[in-house]
Design a binder for this molecule. Structure first.
Ligand code: ZN
Length: 380
């Protein structure tokens, strides 16, 4: 596809493919409520209003406060929006019998994890949303029973609509997504990604023929990977990606850089150096942290002379490694499970430790790893 294809044609193509394609679900990743005979539609229908985006880009909102992403479970009446300029769209809240509190918690955690590297606050608080600058907030409405209005799609958004600053929301349709919290969390992160300006991560053959509009990733099981802006439903590790977009095989899109250009980066929570200010691990207890990007390394001091069990658990997106150094700062060993995302080892004596993204991930493209983790220190 030429890079000069007008936006409207791209949008139409996207709409058509979104409505027509269906994907067979894979058995190993299905929730108990799903069966292998069920099919999930493509992720979304995305629209574009290039003139509106161009007008908005002339005013830049400074990044003094985090971008607020409101995950709206409460139902909404969307009035006089770009979705229906002279009318009201009634979006019912999904009843608690279909979307339980634990499912909502899972969705909130999943979306927060996807945005953990950015200067972003993921919230359910209407107050947080109202307090944010108009061009630094987005409402994603989780609703259902709207196929008559919008078709059989998982989600719906306008590209770059956050920049418009006019409360245009995006939508996720939980019934179409089979009330599966992983599918819903993935779809929410994806639709929000469009509102930052992202397009789909796609896959092409060597001679530039489009093979998948929604890149379905590589591998399977614990270390299987897919991009947020592709088809993330069936893979364990999901990240932003620097890859070929739907605009063409020569049109690379660096998702992280685009989101950061809007939100700003999140400040590093732990430095990588070993010195008197290196954060000390508790003798028993937990520390949480974030690898904000693939090159981040978070240093800690195990100041305890006794052997301790150190578990480093991924929040879901990252495959982790743990570097162990002696108190002179010399590398002793690296723990990195070749088949799993976490580290669980016994470490003796006073040591410096560094958490980082694994360097032997078979399926995650280099540079794409990031995410939160928890370190648990206990008796061996
Ligand atoms: Zn999409």
């Amino acid at each position: 596809m030429s890079k000069n294809v007008p936006g409207i044609i791209i949008s139409l193509l996207c709409l058509l493919t979104a409505c027509k394609k269906t994907i067979s679900t894979k058995e190993e990743s299905l929730s108990p409520s799903s069966t292998s005979s069920q099919q999930v539609p493509q992720l979304c229908a995305v629209r574009e209003d290039a003139a509106r985006t161009a007008a908005a880009s002339r005013t830049k909102t400074p990044a003094q406060t985090p971008v607020v992403l409101l995950i709206d479970f409460n139902g909404q009446q969307v009035q006089n929006s770009v979705w229906d300029p002279s009318g009201t769209i009634n979006c019912p809240a999904v009843p608690a019998s279909l979307l339980t509190n634990s499912m909502k918690d899972y969705i909130m955690q999943g979306v927060a994890e996807d945005y953990s590297g950015f200067f972003v606050k993921v919230t359910q608080s209407e107050q947080d949303y109202q307090a944010a600058a108009p061009a630094r907030r987005m409402r994603c409405i989780l609703t259902y029973n709207m196929t008559g209005q919008f078709g059989n799609i998982g989600g719906l958004s306008f590209i770059s609509s956050m920049s418009w600053g006019d409360n245009t929301p995006c939508f996720v349709f939980c019934d179409v997504l089979l009330y599966n919290p992983k599918y819903i969390a993935g779809s929410v992160a994806h639709e929000l990604g469009h509102t930052f300006g992202l397009r789909h991560q796609s896959r092409y053959s060597a001679d530039c023929v489009l093979q998948e509009e929604y890149h379905s990733g590589f591998g399977s099981n614990a270390l299987g990977w897919a991009p947020v802006m592709g088809l993330s439903y069936y893979q364990n590790l999901v990240t932003w990606h620097n890859g070929q977009s739907i605009l063409g095989c020569d049109q690379w899109q660096n998702d992280m850089e685009i989101i950061k250009s809007v939100s700003g980066a999140k400040a590093d929570d732990y430095g990588s150096s070993f010195n008197s200010s290196t954060v000390q691990l508790p003798s028993n207890g937990t520390k949480t942290g974030i690898l904000e990007n693939a090159t981040d390394k978070d240093a800690f001091l195990k100041n305890d002379i006794y052997s301790k069990r150190i578990k480093v658990t991924s929040n879901g997106n990252s495959d982790l490694a743990l570097e162990v150094y002696n108190t002179n700062g010399q590398l002793v060993t690296v723990y990195d499970d070749p088949a799993g995302t976490d580290v669980n080892v016994v470490i003796s004596g006073k040591k410096y430790l560094r958490v980082r993204v694994s360097s032997n991930q078979p399926f995650v493209p280099a540079g794409d790893g990031f995410g939160g983790y928890t370190i648990n220190v206990s008796a061996p």
